[in-house]
Design a protein around this ligand. Structure first.
Ligand SMILES: CC(C)(COP(=O)(O)OP(=O)(O)OC[C@H]1O[C@@H](n2cnc3c(N)ncnc32)[C@H](O)[C@@H]1OP(=O)(O)O)[C@@H](O)C(=O)NCCC(=O)NCCS
Length: 191
C-alpha cells in the first residue's frame, strides 16, 4: 500500500468480478482518442477470458491487476507479452484510471508498486509501454517512471498503423532494471 496526496493506493490481482468495471472504463467515451478504441467484439466475458492467462506462462496472454484507491476500484494495469518478443521476459504494459481521478498521480504510484514487485523477483524483465504520441498525460507517466524511447519493430509499426489506419503516431518506451534504479524521480519525491 502507498499513501500519497491523501489517497491510499493499493494494487491487487484481477478477479472475475472486476470484468464489468474494467469493461465500462475501457468503453468510457472520455478515453476515446487517447488509446485504441475497444473492439466491437469486446465484452466483460471476453475480457475475463483474456485475463485468465498471465505473462509468466509461455503463450500469448495477459495478466491484469486492479488499482484501488481507499479500497475502491480506480483503474487497472495489464501486463502482456510484447508482440515483438513472445516467449521471453518482455512485458507489454497497458493502463487506465477512471476519469474522475485523473491528474492525482495515482497511475505512477500504482505502477511503481507493480514494477518494483516484479523487478524484485525477476530483475531481468524488460517492460514496454506504447502510447499515442498525442497522449501527453500518458507520456508524463512513462517519463516519471524512467522509461526510455525505443524503436518500434516493423511488425509493431504495421500493427499500430492498422489499428489506427495511420491516424495516430505511436511511440514505444522500454524500462529495464538499470533504468529503473537510475530513474531521476522516485515516487516518494512526486508532490
Ligand atoms: C494517462 C493516465 C493513466 C495518467 O494517470 P494519472 O494518474 O492521471 O497521471 P498523473 O496525475 O501523474 O498526470 C500525468 C500528467 O497528466 C497531465 N495532467 C494532469 N492533469 C491534467 C489536466 N487536468 N489537464 C491536462 N493535463 C493534465 C500532467 O502533465 C501530468 O503530469 P505532471 O503531474 O508531471 O504535470 C490517465 O490520465 C488515464 O487513464 N487516461 C486515459 C486513458 C489513457 O490514456 N491510458 C493510457 C493509454 S496508453
Amino acid at each position: 500500500m502507498r499513501k500519497g496526496v491523501g489517497l491510499q493506493i493499493t494494487i491487487r490481482e484481477y478477479i472475475p468480478a472486476d470484468a464489468e468495471k474494467i469493461f465500462a472504463l475501457r468503453k468510457d467515451p472520455r478515453l476515446r482518442g487517447m488509446q485504441y478504441a475497444p473492439s466491437i467484439l469486446e465484452s466483460p466475458e471476453s475480457q475475463n477470458a483474456l485475463f485468465q492467462s498471465g505473462p509468466d506462462i509461455p503463450r500469448n496472454g495477459w495478466k491484469c491487476s486492479c488499482i484501488l484507491v481507499d479500497g475502491n476500484f480506480a483503474g487497472h494495469i495489464s501486463q502482456g507479452y510484447s508482440t515483438s518478443c513472445v516467449g521471453d521476459t518482455t512485458v507489454l504494459l497497458g493502463w487506465n484510471i477512471v476519469p474522475e481521478l485523473w491528474g492525482r498521480k495515482i497511475m505512477v504510484r500504482a505502477l511503481e508498486l507493480l514494477i518494483s514487485a516484479r523487478f524484485e523477483s525477476q530483475p531481468r524483465l524488460v517492460f514496454i509501454a506504447c502510447c499515442f504520441a498525442s497522449n501527453n498525460r500518458c507520456l508524463r507517466v512513462i517519463e516519471k517512471l524512467g522509461f526510455r524511447v525505443d524503436r518500434l519493430t516493423a511488425m509493431e509499426r504495421l500493427s499500430h498503423f492498422m489499428m489506427t489506419w495511420g491516424r495516430e503516431r505511436v511511440v514505444k518506451h522500454r524500462l529495464d532494471f538499470d533504468l529503473w534504479q537510475n530513474r531521476s524521480t522516485k515516487v516518494a519525491e512526486i508532490g
